[in-house]
Design a protein around this ligand. Structure first.
Ligand SMILES: CCCCC/C=C\C/C=C\C/C=C\C/C=C\C/C=C\C=C\C(=O)SCCNC(=O)CCNC(=O)[C@H](O)C(C)(C)COP(=O)(O)OP(=O)(O)OC[C@H]1O[C@@H](n2cnc3c(N)ncnc32)[C@H](O)[C@@H]1OP(=O)(O)O
Ligand SMILES: Cc1cc2nc3c(=O)[nH]c(=O)nc-3n(C[C@H](O)[C@H](O)[C@H](O)COP(=O)(O)OP(=O)(O)OC[C@H]3O[C@@H](n4cnc5c(N)ncnc54)[C@H](O)[C@@H]3O)c2cc1C
Length: 655
C-alpha cells in the first residue's frame, strides 16, 4: 500500500535531509549509516519478526519469545555488528527485542560492565570472555526486599572463613532477600552479588562477589540458593526480575571482585583507592540513561507526530475539510518542546557516556579524582531526564486521543518502561539529593573564598547577575537559567545552614531543606541540558540541519524559561515574560513544517516501534482495524464466557 499522502506532503515540506540529521543525532555519519545497515539486514531475517503482536502475549509468552529471538540472534551476532561496539550492540538489541526487557538486558548493561570495572585481570581472564561469548548469563543483584536506596543497610553477608579461604553467603532475614534484579528470576546462571564483607566479625560494607546461582548443565538452582521470579510489573514484563536468598552458600575467596578492594588468603583487607569505587556499575548505567530515555521519548514522539499529521479533526478557516490535528497550536505546544528535549537528552547522553568511558580509563590508571563530578552530574541527569521523559510520553499519548489509549499505539508500554527509570539506578529524589550535596559543597567553597577551585560546571554559582537582553538568542536564555539555578542553590544552601546553625542536627536540617535542595538540583541539571544542547548545535557543520536545530533550540529555551517562570520573577519583567511567550509561539510555527522530518530523523524502524499509529507509511485506519481483528477475543464470535455466564443470566432474567 502506498504512503498516506498527508505524510508524503509533510515529508516534502521538510527543509533538510533526514540522513544528515540522523548523523547529528547519533554522533557521526558512520554510526548513523551503520544503524541503517543493521536495521536493513535485520528486516531480511524473518525469524526476528514477532510471532504475533507482543501486546496480545502473556508474560510467559513474552519471555519465551525474547529467548527464541536471542537464540536466533546468536547465529547472526558476528555478521550483523561489530561486537566490540556497544552502540551497535544496543541498536541491534532494540531492533530485535524492543523495550519490554529480555534475559540478556542486565547481562549487557550491568554484569559485563561490572566485570570490566571491578574484576582483576586474572578474574577477567576467567569470566569476561565467557560472559562476552554468552556461555554464561549474568545479572546484578544488589537491591533487597527491605533495602534499595540505602546501600549501607543491606543485610546480605559474605563472611570470610579463614580456615577454608571461602566466603559464606547468607540472607539472614526475609527483608534481606535480593529483590528486583533483572534476569535473576529464571534466566541468569551467574550474578554479581553485592554483600557486606565480614572478616573476623568486622563489617567492611557492601562489596561485589561473582556468584554461580544455577548449574550450568541442568540450570537447576544450586544447593543453598533460593531463587525465583517476583511476578508481573507495571511494564518490563519480558524480563524476569527475581528474588534470591542464600543459606550458608560457599564461594572461593577468588570470587570477590578484586580489582580495587582485596582480601588476602590470611584475611587481610586491602582498601580501594576511593570509598565508592564499588558503585561504578550504577554510574555506568546512569551515564547511559539520558541517551536511552531520550530514545524512549523519541519513540513516543515519532508515533504522536506522525499520527497527528494523518489524524484530521475539526476545522480552522477552511470548512470544507477537517484539519490535521498537528496544525493546532495546543497540539504543537504539547509535542514540539518534547521533540527538543529528546534531541537534548540524546546529545547529553553521548556526552555522559564519553565521560564515563574516560573515567573508567582514569580509574584503571589510579586516578579517581573525576568520580565525584560524574556521580553528581549523572545523579541529577538521570532524575530530570526520566521525569521529563515520563511527562513527555504521557503528553504524546494524550495527543493521540482515544487511539493513544489503545495498546495499538504502544505508547503505554513505552511509558511503563521509561518511568521505571525514575526508580531504578537510584530513586529520583534520592539522586537529586546526591547532586544537592555537591552543590552545597560548591557554595561552601565560595563562602570560604575558594571560588577559583570550582569545577567548570558549577563556576556560575560564584558569578554576579548581569543584564539580560532576550533578543540576543539562546545564550541569553542560558543566563536566565544560570540566574535561576544560582539563586535557588544559594537559597536552599542558606536555608540548610540556617537550620543547622539554629542547633538542629545536620541530618534534620538537611531533611527540612530537602525540597528546596531538590529544586536547586533540578534547575542546575536543566541548565546543563540547555548548555549541552546549545554547544552541540553550535558545532554543527551542515547549514540546513543547523538552521532547523536552531529553530528547535529556540523552542527549547523559550519553553524551558517559561516553565521556570517562578524562579526568574526577580530578573525578568512581565513584559519580558510576554516577549518570551510570544517567541515560543513563533518558534512553534517555525518548526511546524519540519515536525515530521524531525521525528523521522530518529530513524526508529516500524519493527522497533511496534505502533499501528506511528507507522512510517501513515496508513493508520486500515491497520488499526486489522490489528483489532487479530485480537484473541475475536477468534470466535461467541465467547465461552458468554455461553457459560451471560446467556444463562439473561435467560434467567427473562423469567
Ligand atoms: C549494552 C546492551 C544493552 C542491552 C539492553 C537493550 C535493550 C533493552 C531495552 C531497554 C532496557 C532499558 C533499560 C535497562 C533495564 C532495566 C533497568 C536495569 C537495571 C537496574 C538496575 C538497578 O537498579 S541496580 C540497583 C541500583 N541501586 C541504586 O542506585 C541505589 C542508590 N543508592 C546509592 O547509590 C547510594 O546508597 C547513595 C549514593 C544514595 C548513598 O551511598 P552511601 O554509601 O550511603 O553514601 P554516603 O551517604 O555515605 O556518602 C555519600 C558520599 O559518597 C559520594 N558518592 C556516592 N556515590 C558515589 C559514586 N558512585 N561515585 C562517587 N562518589 C559517590 C557522595 O557524593 C557523597 O560524597 P560527599 O560525602 O563528599 O558529599
Ligand atoms: C524495573 C526495575 C528494574 C530493577 N532492576 C534492578 C536490578 O537489576 N538489580 C538491582 O539490584 N535492583 C534493581 N532494581 C531495584 C531498584 O534499584 C530500586 O528499586 C531503587 O534503587 C529504589 O530503591 P527502593 O526500592 O529501596 O526505594 P525506596 O528507597 O524504598 O524509596 C521509597 C521512597 O522513599 C524515598 N526515600 C528513600 N530514601 C530517602 C532519603 N534518604 N531521602 C529522601 N527520600 C528517601 C524515595 O524518594 C521514595 O519516594 C530495579 C527496579 C526496577 C523498578
Amino acid at each position: 500500500m502506498s504512503e498516506n499522502p498527508d505524510l508524503t506532503n509533510e515529508r516534502a515540506s521538510g527543509t533538510f535531509e533526514t540522513n544528515a540529521m540522523a548523523a547529528v543525532i547519533y554522533g557521526s555519519e558512520k554510526f548513523a549509516q551503520r544503524r541503517r545497515e543493521i536495521t536493513e539486514a535485520i528486516s531480511k531475517i524473518p525469524e526476528f519478526q514477532d510471532s504475533h503482536p507482543l501486546v496480545f502475549m502473556s508474560r510467559e509468552e513474552k519471555i519465551s519469545e525474547a529467548c527464541r529471538k536471542l537464540a536466533v540472534l546468536s547465529n547472526y551476532w558476528n555478521s550483523l555488528i561489530d561486537t566490540s561496539d556497544e552502540e551497535e550492540a544496543l541498536h541491534l538489541y532494540r531492533e530485535v527485542l524492543g523495550l519490554e526487557g529480555h534475559p540478556l538486558a542486565l547481562h549487557e548493561t550491568m554484569f559485563i560492565p561490572s566485570l570490566i570495572a571491578q574484576a582483576s585481570d586474572e578474574q577477567q581472564e576467567k569470566w569476561l570472555g565467557r560472559a562476552q561469548r554468552r556461555e554464561i548469563i549474568g545479572c546484578y543483584a544488589q537491591t533487597e526486599m527491605g533495602h534499595g536506596t540505602n546501600l549501607r543497610a543491606l543485610e546480605t553477608t559474605a563472611t570470610f572463613d579463614i580456615s577454608t579461604r571461602e566466603f559464606i553467603l547468607n540472607s539472614p532475614t526475609i527483608t534481606s532477600l535480593k529483590w528486583w534484579p533483572g534476569a535473576l528470576g529464571k534466566s541468569a546462571n551467574w550474578s554479581i552479588v553485592i554483600a557486606n564483607l565480614i572478616i573476623k566479625e568486622h563489617n567492611y560494607g557492601p562489596h561485589p562477589f561473582m556468584v554461580q546461582l544455577r548449574d550450568e548443565k541442568s540450570h537447576e538452582p544450586l544447593p543453598g540458593i533460593t531463587v525465583g521470579d517476583i511476578g508481573p510489573k507495571m511494564a518490563f514484563n519480558g524480563a524476569d526480575n527475581g528474588f534470591l536468598g542464600f543459606k550458608n552458600y560457599r564461594i572461593p575467596r577468588e570470587n570477590m571482585l578484586m580489582r580495587h578492594s582485596k582480601v588476602t588468603s590470611d584475611g587481610s583487607y586491602i582498601k580501594p583507592p576511593h570509598a565508592k569505587i564499588g558503585y561504578s556499575s550504577m554510574v555506568k548505567v546512569r551515564s547511559r540513561m539520558a541517551m536511552d530515555q531520550g530514545l524512549f521519548l523519541a519513540s513516543a514522539l515519532v508515533i504522536a507526530v506522525r499520527y497527528s499529521a494523518v489524524r484530521r479533526q475539526g476545522y480552522l478557516e477552511d470548512k470544507s475539510r477537517e484539519v490535521k490535528v498537528l496544525d493546532y497550536q495546543t497540539q504543537q505546544h504539547r509535542l514540539f518542546p518534547s521533540i527538543a528535549r529528546a534531541y537534548a537528552f540524546i546529545f547529553c547522553g553521548f556526552e555522559t557516556i564519553r565521560l564515563y568511558d574516560q573515567l573508567l580509563i582514569d580509574v584503571q590508571n589510579g586516578n579517581t579524582s573525576g568520580m565525584a563530578d560524574l556521580h553528581a552530574l549523572t545523579s541529577g541527569l538521570k532524575s530530570v531526564v526520566t521525569y521529563q521523559t515520563g511527562e513527555g510520553i504521557e503528553q504524546a499519548r494524550m495527543a493521540c486521543g482515544g487511539h493513544g489509549y489503545s495498546m495499538a499505539s504502544y505508547i503505554s508500554e513505552i511509558y511503563g518502561v521509561a518511568i521505571g527509570g525514575c526508580t531504578y539506578e537510584g530513586e529520583n529524589m534520592v539522586m537529586l539529593l546526591q547532586l544537592a550535596r555537591y552543590l552545597v559543597k560548591s557554595i561552601e567553597m565560595i563562602q570560604n573564598g575558594k571560588s577559583r577551585e570550582l569545577g567548570p560546571m558549577v563556576a556560575y554559582l560564584a558569578e554576579n547577575e548581569s543584564e539580560i537582553d532576550l533578543n540576543l538568542g539562546p545564550n541569553e536564555y542560558l543566563k536566565v537559567f544560570e540566574y535561576a539555578a544560582r539563586n535557588q542553590t544559594w537559597r536552599a544552601t542558606e536555608k540548610f545552614q540556617k537550620l543547622r546553625n539554629s542547633g538542629m542536627s545536620n541530618e534534620e536540617a538537611w531533611n527540612q531543606a530537602s525540597v528546596e535542595l531538590t529544586r536547586a538540583s533540578r534547575l542546575h541539571t536543566r541548565l546543563y541540558i540547555m548548555s549541552t544542547f546549545i554547544n552541540h548545535v553550535g558545532s554543527i557543520v551542515d547549514q540546513k540541519v543547523k538552521g532547523v536545530l536552531i529553530d528547535l533550540l529556540n523552542v527549547h529555551v523559550t519553553y524551558e524559561v517559561m516553565d521556570i517562570g517562578i524562579y526568574v520573577q526577580g530578573l525578568l519583567s512581565s513584559n519580558q515574560m510576554d516577549l518570551i511567550r510570544n517567541q515560543l509561539y513563533v518558534s512553534l510555527e517555525t518548526i511546524r513544517p519540519n515536525a515530521v522530518s524531525l521525528v523521522d530523523s530518529f530513524q526508529i524502524s516500524d519493527m522497533q516501534l511496534r505502533s499501528v499509529l506511528g507507522r512510517r507509511d501513515g496508513n493508520v485506519y486500515e491497520n488499526l482495524f486489522k490489528w483489532a481483528k487479530s485480537s484473541p477475543l475475536n477468534k470466535t464470535d461467541v465467547l465461552p464466557s458468554v455461553t457459560q455466564y451471560l446467556k444463562p443470566m439473561m435467560e434467567k432474567s427473562k423469567l
